[in-house]
Design a protein around this ligand. Sequence first.
Ligand code: G3P
Length: 234
Amino acid sequence: MQGFPIIVLNFKAYSEAVGEKGVKLAKYAEEVSREYGVSIVVAPPVTMLSRIANSVSIPVFAQHVDPHFPGSWTGSVTVEMIKEAGAAGSLVNHSEKRMILSDISIVVKRLREEKLVSLLCTDTVETTRAGAGLSPDMIAIEPPELIGTGISVSKAKPEIVIGAVDAVKKINPSVHILCGAGISTGEDVGRAIELGTEGVLLASAYVKAKDPKNILSSMAEYALKAWEKTQSSK
Ligand code: G3P
């Protein structure tokens, strides 16, 4: 990864993310990352992982990984499987794929052992605090009620973002903090970074956009501007 700020694009199970359309979405992200020098990660559906990892040079994450070692676990996706498919990391505990705390802890540890990046999703300041104690590489706070609404967490619930940033700084400052849910415009991304985050996690505004490259370019531009502003005021 090039560093921060970072934009993580979760393709979820949207039909736009499957087959050649999914590859195209990943390629636009690669182009924008190169043009603006901003870190962009794509998280395609698991069936597209290998194909997309072979098509682009930006990091590709899995959307979920199970806590099991290789063996008799029908239907499971192991850390070894996503690594072999070319993933550089994985989302963990997304609110649409919740896990119990002990499994989250195992997955974060196993990803680290395999030198893969963990991006843990949390939903409140309290769960962010608990998550930071597990030392994932990154945490994304996402209030579930705003997911897919187009109402950005950075505008609608800035206090949650600020609370999560503070919690992580106090408990484990080595964890990078992002936010997500409803992020739809460049302005939403800029605002998220001004609140103290190091990037964003988003899905529908990119995957379902009429012109995804255009919207992502605007997000990259705002991310850089806000990043420069916050870094120079430190
Ligand atoms: O993982 C990203 C996510 O849950 C937010 O979704 O569609 O509100 O950007 P969306």
